[in-house]
Write a protein of this length. Sequence first.
Length: 271
Amino acid sequence: MTPVSQPTVVSLYSGAGGLDLGFIAAGFQVVFANDVDPWAAASYRENIGDHMVCGDVLRTPLPDWSPDVLVGGPPCQGFSVIGKMRSDDPRSAHVFHFMDAVRTLEPRAFVMENVRALYDNPRWAPLRAELRRRAEEAGYTVELMLLNAADFGVPQTRERMFFVGTKGGEAPARPKPTTLDVPTTVRQALSGLPAFGQPGNDTSTGARVVPSKEPVMRPTAHTGSLLFNGSGRPLHLDRPAKTLPASMGGNATPIIDPVHRRGSSSTTAIS
């Protein structure tokens, strides 16, 4: 390994690199990343670096040295309330594979990210206890945190669990929100986007949003009117977006009226 002057990070279940970008912005150097998805790995290499190794985490050799921090977001589908929440879902075992990597690499700290259900759903209480037991047995002081991306400058209300461990006896510190009282809005996030139809915003999608046969009307679409099957996820321009799922498209497509975005209409139109 080439000597580096910055604290080092090894990243597992890296995806396109969201966690890694956060650590890079904080002054860390990610020296090894791994994900099984070739599209995510290609995006990672294009935008972050060629230290990405694409392959099954269970078959990809780990580095033979200890990083300062090990980070990762193991599969969440088995824990999510949107899924079947089956305890025997093989994807759920990856949280323990992550802890195996902690024991192998012995980093100074680790950060595991997952869905909110793993933080507070009673179904997963035994699993949470087992994660804590394994971490403490390996010599880490741990903290389980629930953080909302909207509190940290992201224009999206997205709650996630973070399981954080540090060596040395001092408990991990909870990060202080930066935009708790003034969250970044959808309008602010899209402020630099060209007008619809202009270069840079002139493409379209083949996703079909199907109107509901029996729409449930409420004061505004943003408070949950079922104007479309699956609600269509209309976004309120002056608030953070609802959580944007990985399965966006069709009836889960986020909807914004271009006229409303320009501010030339006081109506809450949906298109």
